[in-house]
Write a protein that binds this ligand. Structure first.
Ligand code: ACO
Length: 431
């Protein structure tokens, strides 16, 4: 809207400034506040970045009120039904769906980067067997920067492309090595004849002393979960990758920062927390007690997997995963899965409760994903690692978009200082 303008008035002085509006292809306009310090000697403040756009982006669009999620314009429902994780990776990175030849080449490029340096593999021995896998994964991903530093020029598009392939290809290997380390089992090398998710399951569950055949139902279920987790615009971990990357740091280090941000229970760590919560609730009779705790602010207990900063209607990913749970559990012969039954009942009861209705708190992507991971025998501590593997492509796509943008600047928020005013130093003996 070319003629739309926003006028800001400082009431006491009557001073006015006209702030430009900018419109995207979809979604709310943004007000460009860059001139505020000059016009009014003022910054804006928005703790938690609830209403602040940090960048322009062409990758993912969310309409939280309508429950819409689209990657490069394609609705998540269509991608989940018709696409594959590899195809979604290509789409996120390149902006368009690939042709058959392009998809083959891309898949092949990923396949040929699945091994990790043997020295990197030795890092795992430094961890105690019960180290949380997210700690191992973030440390090993950060350590990749040591292996690819001199050969990584962030301004070279080909280097950026190889970086993308390496991150997507090696994350399953790094995740599986963390899993094997915690079990005390030998590391299983990747197999390039398998698909992305088949290979991940092979590295997780194969042992050298027995044949292992990947269950196609499991690989398909994982592929679907990975599509649903691949990107989610400027979420906390992606914004972390962008912020770290904006300093020009080694991009593997920036991805490691994203892994760290994802780990928290308010973000990707919620999938692990949901399972812990369901196990704690135990039976349907206990649901009212836990709902009462979730509503009581002094309890510090939240209904994990419920609520979202952006979705104030259903999270479309949760809808797809809930439907997939029925299908996957049936295919795996686990129709009477007590955790899934409990989760369904918890959702039903919570969505009738005024507290959750008024605050528009619905199940998010993490509410049901753990049910599928558990059914695939992936241990609870590995759930957030799975999320990190799938989200790596989103982090890389956003990092690439940012670095390729000539307008990129270091990310550097301002603050409202509330500490003491100027005062003079007092010698230690006089304090
Ligand atoms: N259980 C109980 N109450 C909740 C919950 C919840 N899960 N989520 C939000 N609320 C309440 C808040 O207490 C607040 O109530 P109030 O208005 O009376 O003070 C209100 O709903 C708004 O919540 P905020 O915390 O202000 O919402 P915000 O956008 O900052 O937080 C978040 C979003 C972090 C996802 C929150 O809903 C939450 O903690 N959920 C549980 C953790 C979770 O599932 N995280 C995964 C998110 S999806 C992802 O990152 C992949």
């Amino acid at each position: 809207m070319a003629d739309k303008k926003f006028e800001l008035t400082e009431v006491s002085s009557g001073k006015k400034a006209v702030l430009p509006f900018r419109s995207g292809t979809l979604g709310p306009d943004v007000i460009d506040v860059a001139s505020l310090p000059k016009e009014f000697d003022a910054f804006t403040i928005d703790p938690g970045f609830g209403v602040t756009a940090a960048c322009d982006s062409k990758i993912t669009y969310i309409d939280g009120d309508a429950g819409v999620l689209m990657h490069r314009g394609y609705p998540i429902e269509q991608l989940a039904e018709k696409s594959s994780y590899m195809e979604v990776c290509y789409l996120l990175l390149n902006g368009e769906l690939p042709g058959a030849g392009q998809l083959d080449k891309f898949t092949n490029d990923i396949r040929h980067h699945t091994m990790i340096n043997e020295s990197l593999l030795r890092f795992y021995n430094g961890f105690h067997h019960n180290a949380h896998p997210m700690a191992m994964v973030s440390a090993v991903v950060a350590s990749m920067s040591a292996f690819y530093h001199d050969t990584m020029d962030i301004h070279n598009p080909r280097h950026r492309e190889i970086f993308a392939h390496r991150v997507i290809a090696k994350l399953p290997t790094i995740a599986a090595a963390a899993h094997k380390h915690s079990l005390g089992q030998p590391f299983v090398y990747p197999r390039n004849d398998l698909s992305y998710c088949e290979n991940l399951l092979h590295m997780f569950f194969a042992v050298p002393c027995a044949p292992y055949i990947v269950n196609p139902v499991a690989a398909e279920a994982l592929d679907l979960l990975f599509i649903l987790h691949a990107d989610h615009e400027q979420n906390a971990s992606t914004s972390t990758v962008r912020l770290a990357g904006s300093t020009g740091t080694n991009p593997y280090a920036a991805i490691s920062a994203g892994v760290a941000a994802l780990w928290g229970p308010a973000h990707g760590g919620a999938n692990e927390a949901v399972l812990a919560m369901l196990e704690q609730i135990g039976t349907v009779d206990n649901i009212p007690k836990y709902l009462a705790m979730a509503k009581d602010k002094s309890s510090h207990f939240r209904l994990m997997g419920f609520g979202h900063r952006v979705y104030k209607n259903f999270d479309p990913r949760a809808k797809i995963i809930r439907a997939a749970c029925h299908k996957v559990l049936k295919s795996l012969g686990q129709t009477n899965n007590p955790l899934f039954e409990l989760a369904l009942k918890l959702e039903e009861i919570a969505l009738k409760d005024d507290y959750f209705v008024e605050r528009k708190l619905y199940p998010n992507v993490d509410f049901y994903s753990g049910v599928i991971y558990s059914a695939l025998n992936i241990p609870r501590a590995m759930f957030t690692v799975m999320f990190a593997v799938a989200r790596a492509v989103g982090w890389v796509a956003h990092w690439q978009e940012m670095i390729a943008d000539p307008a990129m600047r270091i990310g550097r928020p301002r603050q409202l200082y509330t500490g003491p005013g100027k005062r003079d130093y007092v010698e230690i003996g006089k304090r």
